[in-house]
Write a protein that binds this ligand. Structure first.
Ligand code: DOR
Ligand code: ZN
Length: 434
């Protein structure tokens, strides 16, 4: 047994259900008792003669759950692998991550799903749920063996990184997937419109002389997908939303009763296109960092429930790949380790959102979406717990990153909100020794 004593514990108001918990959670000084892999008691004071963690002056959160993680395993293990990626996750406070299938080979069949599950179980430092591809090799041509992969336990399908351009194929995939109770996760991008775009289309692309990715490239595919979801009844989850109009499209679709959900990344909530001004390739990402107006709209959407939760889109790339001219560097931001401190420093400390709201969007909401037995600190829940010292700074240096890659705009910067301990199913997966 493990007893966590005297921390400020994230507590969901019992009168509201978990989905609507976001405005009704608070922090209360409580003790939490863990037995094996479960939380067995939460009370004002618990006395138990067992291993005790002193959480005095610290905050106790349910472990974070990331729906959008690129672990790069198999095949791109110079960037990341299950060992390093899950350790980066644990250091960032995550206890569950969902692995995107754009690996090499693509996760489009049962044996690759099994490989991931086994490796994660053997050497992972958090739970890894597997997302299967929608089409074979994510080529957007033929439907992948989705029913087989479902038997192996995939939790969603996605061709993330590749967006199916052929509407007839997307329609067929959605019609097929509507038979199963899993969502499709779509990376919405019209490649004819985005072309070789490097940054957001507009002021910054003109200033830097780089080709632009228009907001329309995202919005037009979201519109298409909404119509396809209405027609097929398929659950649709829009990945990494980034524009004001996209937020509005989803707001309207939800109001009409379309089965649609969406996520936003920390970088699209915190950074705008001006970050790209020095050609820092660590700001090059898809979708691109947009205007401040778009950033503000994403925050409004998160606050009013249009955007369901935050997901990292952790997309590690090696130094040798990112240390190139902007126009040939790969797209992607490394995010698992920085996400909480960036969001806490950039939104909570600036009074834009409350701490309990943030934790709801990092844990309770994604747990609800995936119907997992976590996302709350309550009796009977999995013992997935993240402890933070909010007063403490954290600096992200290549020496201290657990990820194999360093491609974050926060590299060598300090932020407030350090994760001091992460517990996954009762096992300590991260412990801060500074
Ligand atoms: O910037 C990105 N990188 N966006 C994506 O959608 C894919 C990701 C990757 O896999 O590198
Ligand atoms: Zn994507």
């Amino acid at each position: 047994m493990i007893l966590i004593k005297n921390g400020f514990v994230y507590t969901i108001d019992k009168k509201t259900n978990r989905q609507n918990s976001l405005r009704s959670a608070s922090f209360n000084k409580m003790d939490v008792l863990i037995d094996d892999n479960l939380i067995v008691k939460v009370a004002n004071t618990i006395d138990e003669n067992c291993e005790t963690i002193d959480a005095h002056d610290k905050y106790v959160f349910p472990g974070f759950i990331d729906l959008h993680t690129h672990l790069r395993d198999p095949g791109q293990t110079n960037k990341e692998d299950i060992y390093s990626g899950t350790r980066a996750a644990a250091k960032g406070g995550w206890t569950t991550v969902c692995a995107m299938p754009n690996t090499d080979p693509v996760v489009d069949n049962i044996s690759t799903v099994e490989y991931l599950k086994r490796k994660a179980k053997d050497i992972g430092a958090c739970k890894v749920l597997v997302i299967g591809a929608m089409t074979k090799k994510s080529e957007g041509k033929e439907i992948a063996e989705i029913a087989n992969m479902l038997e192996s336990g995939i939790i969603a399908v996605s061709d993330d990184g590749n967006c199916i351009q052929n509407t007839k194929i997307m329609y067929n995939v959605m019609k097929y997937v509507s038979k199963f109770n899993i969502p499709i996760i779509d990376h919405c991008e019209d490649y004819f419109l985005s072309g070789k775009g490097q940054v957001n289309s507009g002021r910054m692309s003109t200033k830097l002389g780089l080709s632009g990715i228009p907001a329309l490239a995202e919005e037009i595919v979201i519109s298409r997908d909404i119509m396809l979801s209405e027609s097929t009844g398929c659950r649709l989850h829009i990945a990494h939303i980034s524009t004001k109009k996209s937020v509005e499209l989803i707001r309207q679709a939800k109001a009409k009763g379309v089965k649609i959900t969406t996520e936003v990344t920390p970088h699209h909530l915190l950074l705008n296109e001006n970050e790209c001004v020095n050609f820092d390739t660590n700001t090059k990402v898809k979708p691109p960092l947009r205007t401040q107006d778009d950033v503000d709209a994403c925050l409004t959407g998160l606050l009013d429930g249009t955007i369901d939760f935050i997901a990292t889109d952790h997309a590690p790339h090696s130094d040798f790949e990112k240390e190139k001219e902007f126009s040939i560097a790969p797209y992607g931001i490394n995010s698992l380790e920085t996400a909480f401190a960036a969001l806490y420093s950039g939104l909570v400390l600036k009074d834009k959102i409350s701490l309990s709201f943030l934790i709801g969007k990092l844990s309770t909401s994604p747990a609800h979406f995936l119907q997992l037995n976590c996302g709350a600190i309550e009796e009977g829940m999995a013992a997935d717990i993240t402890i933070s010292d909010l007063q403490k700074d954290i600096c992200f240096t290549p020496d201290t990153m657990m990820s194999k890659s360093n491609n974050t705009p926060y590299l060598n910067k300090s932020l407030k909100g350090r994760i001091t301990k992460t517990i996954c199913e009762g096992n300590t997966t991260w412990e801060d020794r500074d």
